[in-house]
Design a protein around this ligand. Sequence first.
Ligand code: GLU
Length: 458
Amino acid sequence: MSVVTRFAPSPTGFLHIGGARTALFNYLFARHHGGTYLIRIEDTDRARSTDEAIAAIHDGLNWLDLAGDKDPVYQFSRIERHVEVAHALLEKGLAYRCYLSADELSEMRLQARTLGHPIRSPWRDKTAAEAPDAPYVVRLKMPIDGATTIPDVVQGDVTVQHLQLDDLVMLRSDGTPTYMLAVVVDDHDMGITHIIRGDDHLNNAFRQLKIIEAMGWQQPQYAHIPLIHGADGAKLSKRHGALSVTAYRDMGFLPEAVNNYLLRLGWSHGDDEMITREQAITWFDLDSVGKSPARFDTTKLTALNSQYLANMADADLIKLVSEDPLSDDIEKRLRLLIPALKERAQLVTDLPKMAHFALISTPPAIDADARPLLDSDMLARLHKLAEDYPVGLEDTDAVKAWFSDWLTQHEIKMRDIGPGLRVALTGTRQAPDIALLLATLGQEQVVLRLNNVCNNSV
Ligand code: GLU
């Protein structure tokens, strides 16, 4: 039997970080077993399932490289098939038309609550001859005696007494199928062998299984994974930070880092922290998914992201600094600068900020808090440096050697010129190592920027 998994998001606005982890686990499980990974968009809630919400899901999945192996299935388009299955169950006598009115239902619910079990409609045992000409819903005839045990791959054996299961509604009184029915029919028709999803669906599994049994279909394997919690242990919510996957893209996280982090939320492989997709495919299994909720910690994700940045090839990082094509001059500057920046950057968005001084070819604006560093003594030293600074210092080592000689010759201490030099060249007090800064910019820019602060009262 070849494995088929699916990720079945309801498009309610964006791809949730927890949904992305479910998608990843489904993807990895299918790949590990040489199977197929499918996407089903559960768009039957017409009010919430807008085109934008659907596009946002695909956008998030594409960004994480988790698009399905085939075109996505749209649940709403399969309504007729869902209705057909409900009718098949009516014909088999395994479902019935229930004519309870809203008032009757709420009264029965009250009674059922005191008895501690779900309502049983009297229509379950009535004959067609007794049926009124009135609106009805179609309910599944749940077994009443006995119990069902689901051997869940993550949760272990979970048992529910049939008495606790209500005669679930499959078709509403307007004839539309319910979510509970649609999921089962779609999973069957898509040939899903393993259902890997959040454990908030565990209770549904028992009810869904009864539709499967009534139809005589093959029972899938279930794996209900614990939901993600926040760093404080509470269920993940807005107050813990962004919940949408693409918000992490906008904040400057790399998709590889987000995937890696999500993988390790609830699953681990020894102490390995950085795990490539290839390794994950080789190693992933459901047996090592933990039963307790994993905690999402943005600080840990950020640390992982900075490791991914540090490991990236310089040429790829340069592409992240600027989307615009770069002139040869600026590209040359970035080639010198990037090895130092990638050690310090935590987010992709840090790169253009840290490299800003190298991307411009006019003197930088000077930050207000940096201006006091440019007093007259400092300006005198910078003026001298501008006069003496030679052409042809190609790399950081050459700059270092020349500059240290120059400082000795003029009896200037590094700390008496370094801070002002940084400000003159970058406009800010925070900048990389002075020699690297000088080498990156080159003689022409160095002199231009020094003269700029010396000639203008900034
Ligand atoms: N559409 C459901 C959700 O987004 C998932 C249903 C399922 O995986 O069976 O929670």
